[in-house]
Design a protein around this ligand. Sequence first.
Ligand code: ZN
Length: 187
Amino acid sequence: MIYPIYVYGNSVLRKKAQKISKDFEDLDLLVEDMFKTMDSSEGVGLAAPQVGMDIQLFVINATDIDVEDEEFVEGFKQAFINPVVLEESGKEWAFNEGCLSIPGVREDVNRKGTVRIQYYDLEWNFHDEVLDGIKARIVQHEYDHLQGVMFVDRVSPLRKRLLSARLTAISKGKVETDYKIKIPHKK
Ligand code: ZN
């Protein structure tokens, strides 16, 4: 199934997500549906809180991403379960980020270039990886979602003030999207 995307203003996006246990029911199905939901809304990453679940899970499919160095992201399709970012390092760089939960808004966000992350895949294999470039960027954005952080929290106070009316509008559903959304306080 395709989930509606929980947009800005839904409280689940502000919670710290819970660890997933190995006996979590139908995790395979959830991950499959999250990939489907992400693909149908043309996202490159999707975190569980964005489909209303406060669990430590995000999926990434950057295989079709439009970047100059295509080889770089080739095959970057992965589910991250119970991820832990151990270290962020390297020079900060700005990248114009967007988010399915904040439709129509894009802002330059500064983040460090390299990230070391530990996580489990869907077969519960443990991974300990160092990522950089666009891979690190997507992981940092999705990992933020599991901490209740959204990319607009990382822009300057002035930029955020300029955005506030749009964020309020989004939280009331006054926004055009090509995908189904869930706005706060509405079934
Ligand atoms: Zn996002």
